[in-house]
Design a protein around this ligand. Sequence first.
Ligand code: 6PG
Length: 239
Amino acid sequence: MSEVVVKPTAEAVAAEAAERLVQAAQAAVARRGRFRVALAGGNTPMALYRLLVAEPYRQRMPWPQAEVFWGDERHLPPGDPGRNDTAVLPLLAEAGVPPAQIHPAPYIPDNPDASARAYEVALRRGWDAGEPLLDAALLGLGTDGHTASLFPGTPALEETARLVVANRAAYEDRHPERITLTLPALAETGLILFLVTGAAKREAVRRALAGPEDPPLPAQRVRSRFGPVVWLLDEAAAP
Ligand code: 6PG
């Protein structure tokens, strides 16, 4: 089940996402004293991240209680500009997230499977029984219908037990070796927010929302057992 929200501009999408994340974060902290979130990679969410670490959102987000993960990572050494976390880590430091609560994906050279297994250990740590694995996850959408690093026709899509796996796929000029949350991990997420902007994504959004396709696009297969998947689109990306 999906909820689709269309905003006039990418900036308005970022503001809507910020409001929803603040609400989810405040509710999680009120309930259990912390907020576990998985950030999306790629370019689209950067406007949101900059918004969330600046006033007024910086004060409204319970950053000192946040546990920050990534929904996927390009399997590169820490600090590599091709990683999803490199540009975001300084923002999180600026926002006052305690370093021990920021969880970049591990990088074990030449062994993405070991990195994925290590990340799953970190992700499972602090997963309280009966609580969501993550209170919120941000997701992007590729023009091919991929999300996180769940690419069409790849083995990661079919994982039914592990929360994090390695995957490999060519997409634009991005590093192909990946680690990614799996569909079972996303199913254990309280709030799933897709952020999609720009006319280049319109066809992928149309296919992802129109369904059904055979085989379904990766983004079509994302579900949360806690509620609807929310799509935040600008008018350019809305079918
Ligand atoms: C990645 C991302 C990926 C991204 C989409 C959209 O590692 O590349 O996690 O899933 O969200 O490819 O990327 P853009 O926002 O840059 O279009």
